[in-house]
Design a protein around this ligand. Structure first.
Ligand SMILES: [Zn+2]
Ligand SMILES: [Zn+2]
Length: 433
């Protein structure tokens, strides 16, 4: 068992308990054992000086691509969880678009065993909606649920067949698990490269209109209403989708939604110069869409922020724009880029932390332990970061095999200083005291 650890004198922000105060946190035997402003209970422990730093529950990412099994040249569970730790994440959910896809109990067991052996943070698998992600036949959802999946998704592709989606929403009710949809009308987006608009016209690239997302979001909400099932909208990017989700919530439809750091902070202009590292699906949109997403975060239309971490090799992205795969490697820049919203006063710091801790923990429920909280007795998953520290994104420092980010060379303000998973320090900045 690890030695106890005292995280001393930080600004403790824990939205699950509505706490925002300077204090200390004691971790013993993998759990939070004490929190307070004064002297901690006597004992033998290491000390992490958190003066001037924020101390919050370990971040939770419900949407990442770890690429294993099948695409280990892009990422592995080992490298992806190291990237997560560097990004302040202690829990990540991995999407099932691997090879083979995570559509069987055996595949889920493989993820769990590999994560236990090689992962440095918690990995929670998401199972496929359809066998082989082919959209034709449902998986054995009961078996996947029993194996421990936290959601069902054919991400990478939408569940375009409405009958399959209806069945998935219907069956998933029995397990109280969400069906997460990648909302894209792929008939409409065929050969699409980037957001459809002035920039795509200028660059001569085929566009992906907002309507392609809005259409499927509207359909999914209608099917959730029909079945009473739980739909989770992955990577929301359009103003129209935010409005649809907001209205659905008002009507009492069982819907939750996420937005990614890149869609919250970057516009389609990033593609100018045919930058393949800004090629992502759904595409980077416009300032108007970003404003709507932020409004959605603030009024809880958008429940959580998830990275959609999608690592690729350098070779994958070193090609002409049309041939490059979609995706941004996002785990290690998420907090730094999102802190930009806080510095610009678009989102409060406690609200940002809630979207990365307490809110995703609510979606997980309590089946995976007490996560997303610093309550005494909870898992000692803790993130310590400096909200004011500036740093320059250097992909050579990434733990992820995916160096594909449009943020290369950019200065971000807000840096992870230490990540503690189950009481053990799994990442520490060299400057940490
Ligand atoms: Zn997707
Ligand atoms: Zn994804």
């Amino acid at each position: 068992m690890n030695k106890s650890l005292l995280i001393k004198g930080g600004r403790i922000i824990d939205p699950s308990q509505k706490i925002d105060e300077v204090g200390s946190l004691l971790i013993a035997e993998g759990k939070i054992s004490w929190r307070g402003k004064g002297e901690p209970p006597k004992g033998d422990y290491d000390i992490l000086d958190a003066g001037g730093l924020v101390v919050c529950p370990g971040l939770i990412d419900l949407h990442s691509h770890l690429r294993e099994p099948g695409y280990e040249e892009k990422e592995t569970i080992a490298s992806g969880t190291k990237a997560a730790a560097r990004g302040g994440f202690t829990t990540i959910a991995c999407m099932p678009n691997t090879n083979p896809p995570l559509d069987s109990q055996t595949a889920i067991e493989y993820i769990k065993a590999t994560a236990a052996a090689e992962g440095v943070v918690r990995v929670l698998p998401i199972g496929c909606i359809s066998k082989g992600r082919k959209g034709k036949e449902l998986t054995e959802m009961g078996e996947l649920a029993a194996a421990g999946v936290i959601a069902f998704s054919d991400d990478g592709e939408p569940a375009l067949n409405s009958y399959i989606m209806r069945q998935a929403l219907d069956y998933s009710r029995a397990f109280s698990l969400p069906v997460t949809d990648h909302c894209e009308d792929i008939v409409l987006t065929k050969d699409g490269q980037m957001n459809e608009g002035v920039v795509s016209a200028k660059l001569g690239l085929r566009g992906i209109p907002n309507a392609a997302e809005d259409i499927i979001v509207a359909r999914d909400l209608a099917l959730a209403q029909l079945t009473g099932g739980w739909i989770h909208i992955a990577h929301t990017t359009t103003k129209g989708a935010v409005e649809l989700i907001r209205r659905a919530k008002e009507k009492g439809i069982n819907v939750t939604a996420e937005a990614t750091p890149h869609h919250l902070t970057l516009t389609e202009e990033r593609v100018i110069g045919y930058n393949t590292n800004a090629k992502v699906n759904p595409p980077l949109r416009t300032e108007r869409d970003i404003e709507a997403l932020i409004e959605g975060l603030n009024d809880n239309t958008i429940d959580i922020i998830a990275t959609d971490h999608a690592p690729h090799t350098e070779g994958d992205k070193l090609c002409e724009f049309a041939k490059a795969p979609f995706g941004i490697s996002g785990l290690e820049t998420a907090l730094g880029s999102l802190m930009g919203l806080v510095h610009k006063k678009k989102l409060s710091l406690p609200a940002l932390i809630a979207k990365l801790t307490y809110e995703p923990a609510k979606i997980l429920g309590d089946k995976r332990g007490k996560l997303g909280t610093l309550a005494v007795g909870a898992e000692a998953d803790v993130t310590v970061f400096d909200p004011e520290r500036e740093w320059v994104v250097d992909t050579k420092e990434f733990a992820s095999k995916g160096k594909n980010t449009p943020l290369v060379g950019e200065k971000l303000k807000g840096k992870v200083i230490a990540t503690i998973y189950q009481g053990k320090i799994v990442y520490k900045d060299e400057s940490a005291k």
